[in-house]
Design a protein around this ligand. Structure first.
Ligand SMILES: CCCCCCCC/C=C\CCCCCCCC(=O)N[C@@H](COP(=O)(O)O)[C@H](O)/C=C/CCCCCCCCCCCCC
Length: 215
């Protein structure tokens, strides 16, 4: 039987996870944040093996966060805010150079957080694109404006090559499993501000604690 990770991607599901992420006082629930990423990884997997190296990295990072949530300190990882406080108070983060905590929650989430900015920029381009615009171009522009600043040459090169394999706009909108292109665009109109809010809250939190450059 297909497990939840093998099920088809559905944009609504991702949207619901990012919606459930935000508490009334702007805390970010880790469980829903990770669920949002798991939904996105499903889509990436459905796009073909050329994206395997990206999907593997994103999956391993979500797994690290899930392991923290399932650990004896799980309650400390309930929100991004509580995780930051817990790991900093207990000196569980390598702040200046890689040391004994190469896979801290703060550092792991930072990598996904940077990718969330890429997602926001990409989805906004997709939302405002015209029928014959190229998804590979939208993806590359969004990547160059965000994640690329944090990746070495070889990764940038490999990512750039993978972008050529993206389906065209109509095919891409179809895999969202939402309905007509107009319905997808309407849903993206809801998703982009939400993702942007989650991104901004995390960015401000990390900035406040000087965590934006964790090695
Ligand atoms: C609403 C649906 C529409 C869009 C759906 C997009 C689905 C995207 C799913 C996942 C996005 C990719 C997440 C990538 C996380 C990368 C984290 C990262 O930066 N890792 C690097 C640094 O980690 P450490 O070495 O410091 O531990 C790592 O080196 C990276 C390795 C893999 C390459 C990452 C390339 C990222 C390209 C992002 C564009 C993805 C293209 C998807 C096309 C739809």
């Amino acid at each position: 039987m297909a497990g939840p990770d093998n099920q088809k991607f559905c944009l609504q599901e991702v949207l619901d996870s990012f919606k459930s992420c935000l508490s009334p006082n702007r805390e970010i629930y880790m469980e829903h944040y990770v669920a949002g990423w798991k939904g996105l990884i499903k889509l990436l997997n459905s796009l073909g093996s050329v994206f395997g190296f990206i999907s593997k990295d994103a999956a391993s990072k979500t797994q690290i966060l899930m392991n923290f949530l399932d650990s004896k300190n799980g309650s400390e990882y309930a929100t991004v805010q509580s995780m930051v406080k817990f790991e900093l108070d207990n000196e569980l983060v390598d702040v200046n150079k890689k040391g004994i905590y190469p896979e801290s929650g703060c550092r792991t989430l930072l990598r996904l957080h940077r990718a969330l900015r890429w997602l926001e920029l990409f989805l906004d381009r997709l939302r405002t694109s015209k029928e014959d615009d190229k998804t590979s171009v939208m993806c590359r522009e969004a990547y160059n404006e965000s994640l690329a600043h944090h990746h070495p040459f070889m990764i940038r090169k490999a990512a750039g090559l993978a972008f050529y394999s993206l389906p065209g706009r109509p095919g891409f909108l179809e895999v969202m499993n939402v309905g007509s292109p107009e319905q997808v665009v309407a849903m993206l109109g809801e998703a982009v501000p939400l993702i942007s809010e989650v991104y901004t809250i995390t960015e401000e939190l990390y900035q406040k604690h000087n965590l934006l450059d964790l090695p």
